[in-house]
Each structure stands twice: as structure tokens, then as C-alpha cells.
Design a protein around this ligand. Structure first.
Ligand SMILES: Nc1nc2c(ncn2[C@@H]2O[C@H](COP(=O)(O)OP(=O)(O)OP(=O)(O)O)[C@@H](O)[C@H]2O)c(=O)[nH]1
Ligand SMILES: [Mg+2]
Length: 363
């Protein structure tokens, strides 16, 4: 029987053999959409914990955020987890020491950051090599991905990025500016706020491929075929990431940037000799976009237990996330410290605080 992988390879071959131009764009779009659907089918099996390969990992997420360590075997993922969290994950000088998801909790600046140590991944992970699919489905549920290699395996970064992409993870990419509204009749209507490179026919055949006969598709960017397919698939994970290079105690290679995405600033560490681990925690914090808010009640400011929230979140949304008494009654706030024009400035709940802002809610 033909497996999903066979079907994918067949369609990929057809794409390679079809020249890309305006006249073939909708056909290529259709083929790419088919691949996207098949891959999604594969990954979803694992995300649901089903599938034939032993099923996915059912891990409970707790804390303010979840970070997943993705990398090849033996780069020191477990060693790092043991150093910066309360976990004890087995460390070994051989590949695939870790066979399961091992959670650890990093306490940093009042935030509880859950870190998952997972089995190493190799090329082909997304199509099922090793524990690849399970690992990648855990990665999809993360808030931040740490791509971890060591000084000897930096050349594997592009392959890991590719595996994550294949698994539906979009790193440092904005969600496509597309809204799809299903309708009862009227066919496929496209409403673009900007000039589009791709044709109406292509958009229509993509929609049909995703079983949409009647819908309004609103597009607010000059979208590529791949991003439009992502919008139709709908379940892509748009995540921030950091590249971590371990074992710098063995020396730092000179050609490091050849293998890294342009503009990426890797974190160079040595888990074994505790080099730069504080800087790594700082970068994790920054990448998660966390800030601390200190609550003030009467004259008491709780510096011990800040509220951990994210940049660009207003006081109203922040309140929804925390458990404070009488929060429904709050109508405004007085603010002090960073972000306040003067101590005790009165603001509405649409105010966006900064890291360190002291907030006294007023009923
Ligand atoms: N020199 C050096 N060795 C390290 C460092 N960190 C880890 N190691 C060694 O690298 C080997 C692999 O470490 P692990 O932490 O088990 O690696 P892993 O990435 O979890 O490996 P898998 O679970 O097999 O995927 C062990 O022998 C560690 O002692 C480091 O900073 N420097
Ligand atoms: Mg390990």
C-alpha cells in the first residue's frame, strides 16, 4: 500500500518537473496544498497522541511559558536542563540518551519557565526518523524554541530549521495577514488591500483544495504561495526561537556564521563549565517578551512576587490573567516607576505597562 510519505514524494517530484510561471501557478499551488494537507495529517496523528509509531507525548504544560530544546543527539541538551532547572535528566556520552520528554522548571525573575528536554532529532525527523515526529509535535506547542547544537554540529542548524518548517513550525515569521470567512453561497471572493503577485485562479484552486467552495478571502499583504497555503492550513505555530551553541570550552569555530540564519545572534554557552548560562536565561526571558509588574496595595509594594506578563499587553488584559481579589471592580490605576510620567500618574486600563512598572489598581 502507498504510504503518506510515498504520496508526498510523488507530488514533490511532479512539482520539480513543472516549470513555474503564471500559467502553472495554480497547478503548483494545488500540488503544494496537497503536500501541506498530507504532512498535517502525519503531524496531527502525533499531536493527538494516536498514530502507529507508539503515539505522541502527552505532557502537561505549566508555568508562565514552555520552552523546548530541539537539537541533534549528544549536544548537551540534558546537561543544560540539569544546570538551569530542578530536573534530573540522564546525561550520556552516546547518542539518544534521552528517550522521553523530561520537563524541568527554570525560576527566573519571578517567572516559572518550563523547559522540555526531548530526544535528539536527526535529518528526516519530520517524516518520521527516530522520535522526530513526536519531538516536533511537542515543539509545536511551545512558546519558544531553543535550537541547540554544539561547536562540532553547527553545520546541522539548517537541517534542524528545515525539519521544524516541515513540521509546521514557522520561526520568527509573522502570521499571514489573511482572514477566511466561510459563506453559504457566492463562490470564492477575494478581497485584497494590496496588489497581489498571485492570481485569483491560484487562490480559488487553493481554496477548493482545502474544500472551500464559498468563502470570502481577505488578504492584507502581497502574499507568497507558501504563506497563503499556511493561512489555509490554519494550524501553523508561529514561534520565536534562539540558537544556542554549547561546548564552547572546546573552542569556538571561526566559520560559525556560515550556518546560521542571517542576522541571528546565537548564545554561546558551556553547560559543563557554567559559561554564559545567566546570559542564556536573560535571552530566553527577552525572547519570550516577558515583563514584570509590581502590584501596589495601600503602601505595600509586592517586590517578591511580580506579575509576569508580556510586552504590549494592556492592564485590562493583564488583569484577566492574574488572580487578584475584586478585579472586576477595577476601573483605572495609578502607576509609579518605569513607564510613569510622574509618580502616581492615573491611567485607564488600556495603559500598556513596561518592565518594572508599579501598578495600584483603583475601583
Ligand atoms: N566539553 C563539553 N562537554 C559537554 C558539555 N555539555 C555536555 N557535554 C557532554 O556531552 C555529552 C552529551 O551530553 P547530553 O547532555 O547527554 O546530551 P543530549 O543532547 O541530551 O544527548 P541525547 O539525549 O542523546 O540527545 C556528555 O558526555 C556530556 O558530558 C559542555 O559544555 N562541554
Ligand atoms: Mg539528552
Amino acid at each position: 500500500m502507498q504510504t503518506i510519505d510515498d504520496r508526498i514524494s510523488e507530488i514533490e517530484k511532479e512539482i520539480r518537473e513543472t516549470p513555474y510561471h503564471k500559467g502553472t501557478e495554480h497547478h503548483i499551488g494545488k500540488l503544494k496544498a496537497r503536500i501541506a494537507k498530507l504532512k498535517e495529517e502525519q503531524i496531527e496523528k502525533f499531536a493527538k497522541g494516536g498514530g502507529s509509531g507508539g503515539g505522541g507525548y502527552a505532557i502537561r504544560k505549566t508555568g508562565n511559558a514552555t520552552v523546548v530544546l530541539v537539537g541533534p543527539p549528544s549536544v548537551g541538551k540534558s546537561t543544560l536542563l540539569n544546570k538551569i532547572t530542578n530536573a534530573e535528566s540522564k546525561v550520556g556520552a552516546y547518542d539518544f540518551t534521552t528517550l522521553n520528554v523530561i520537563p524541568g522548571m527554570l525560576d527566573f525573575r519571578g517567572a516559572k519557565i518550563q523547559i522540555f528536554d526531548v530526544p535528539g532529532i536527526v535529518s528526516g525527523a519530520a517524516s518520521g526518523k527516530g522520535r522526530g515526529k513526536e519531538v516536533l509535535s511537542v515543539a509545536r506547542g511551545a512558546d519558544l524554541i531553543l535550537i541547540m547544537v554544539d561547536v562540532k554540529t553547527i553545520n546541522l542548524v539548517p537541517a534542524i530549521l528545515k525539519e521544524l518548517y516541515e513540521a509546521g513550525v514557522r520561526l520568527n515569521e509573522k502570521k499571514p495577514e489573511v482572514t477566511i470567512i466561510k459563506q453559504a453561497s457566492g463562490g470564492i471572493k477575494v478581497n485584497a488591500t494590496t496588489q497581489l503577485k498571485i492570481s485569483y485562479d491560484t487562490i480559488k484552486s487553493l481554496a477548493n483544495e482545502f474544500r472551500l467552495a464559498n468563502a470570502e478571502v481577505i488578504i492584507r499583504e502581497d502574499i507568497t504561495l507558501d504563506r497563503l497555503i499556511d493561512a489555509f492550513v490554519g494550524s501553523r505555530a508561529y514561534l520565536p526561537y534562539l540558537i544556542v551553541i554549547n561546548k564552547v570550552d572546546l573552542g569556538i569555530p571561526k566559520n560559525l556564521n556560515n550556518f546560521l540564519p542571517i542576522g541571528c545572534k546565537p548564545v554561546l554557552i558551556s553547560s559543563e563549565i557554567n559559561e554564559n548560562l545567566e546570559q542564556l536565561k536573560e535571552r530566553i526571558w527577552q525572547s519570550l517578551g516577558f515583563i514584570r509588574i509590581y502590584l501596589k496595595e495601600d503602601d505595600f509594594i509586592d517586590y517578591e512576587k511580580p506579575v509576569i506578563t508580556k510586552k504590549e499587553i494592556d492592564l485590562k488584559s493583564m488583569l484577566e490573567e492574574v488572580s487578584i481579589r475584586r478585579k472586576e471592580t477595577f476601573k483605572s490605576a495609578k502607576i509609579y516607576g518605569p513607564g510613569a510620567k510622574y509618580p502616581g500618574q492615573e491611567v485607564s486600563l488600556t495603559f500598556i505597562p513596561q518592565d518594572g512598572t508599579i501598578v495600584q489598581f483603583l475601583a
